[in-house]
Write a protein that binds this ligand. Sequence first.
Ligand code: BGC
Length: 378
Amino acid sequence: MKTKGKKFTLFLVLMIFALITAACSDGGGDSEGGGSSSNGQVDVGIVLPTKDEPRWVQDEQRFKDALAETDYSTEILFSQGSSAKEKENVDILLNKGIKVLIISPHDGAAAAAAVESAKKDDVTVIAYDRLITDTDAVDYYVTFDSLAVGAAQGQYLIDKAEGTGVPLYLYAGASSDNNAFLFFQGAWSVLQPKIADGTFKIANSSEAEALKDTAELSRDQLSKILGQVTTNWDPNEAKNKAQTHLTGVAADMKGDVSILAPNDGTARAIADVFSSDGDITNYTITGQDAEKASIQYVIDEKQSMTVFKDVRTLVKDAIDMAVTVLDDGTPETTGSYNNGTADIKAKQTDVIVVDKENVKQELIDSEYYEASEFTGLE
Ligand code: BGC
């Protein structure tokens, strides 16, 4: 009996230890991917911003699928929305001898320190989806056409707006993410003439209202608007802001409205708030990322559109680039992006607008998702 009891206690201790270990690794930087070689060396390190948003879990999965085919060893770590954790992740990978770092920063400016230490170790740095700003320690940038993402969102709202004086609610991503500026800039490039001509009236940003006759906004002007309408890429923050806006506006800012939401996570949160307001008769709302939950929202007509960024292409471009570098070649690029300090050679990918009309064709027929993952798909 006694031995059995001891064995059982030991078993329990081991179980608890295993559970704690699993929980810890889940919250921090997960070490996954193609795996390291037998001597612990890693060729390509990949650092992604957070596991808390489906967008980046998609990227992780697509990296894993693509990496299964390369001979080089890889490791994927998550920064969980912390620049300190991100720097730690980069240091871990540098200690494992990586030759190439593929990194999507949590904060584009703060990540400069991490990539500068990578450069000191002669590592080739590839910024992935999000640019790292104000440093020359970035070799390449693989990205979607982010201005086109914003322009597509803005154009969608224009195409669906009826009549004049349509209330327009503006929301944006995090100011620490260069993409948030590009998305908003792209949207503004098409929306501004339609605000100026009275098709739309801005409901929730005095800064945007003050700039409504300015076609091209400077970074400072964009910062001012983003400062007011940022969601910080956080659905909760988006929800709270939307609630505050709807409580604060006059009756003429309700009825049929248009909402510029920067991505799917925030779009669903904002849509939920608008759909539960009895004075909102109809809303058109944008998104981006083609997250599964938002595809269901599009099918259910709770979210009007999303911008599909085929992560398979971005992942392939990043890996092709890394492999070319490891094979001593020069990666192909299609243009460049200025990051405030240098022109970074870039490979850019187009995006696709998806709404209820073409959701099946773009996402199911292209085998990005399976039809069985959704309900009500015709
Ligand atoms: C990405 C978007 C994503 C957002 C929030 C942006 O940098 O381009 O796809 O929705 O970050 O994570």
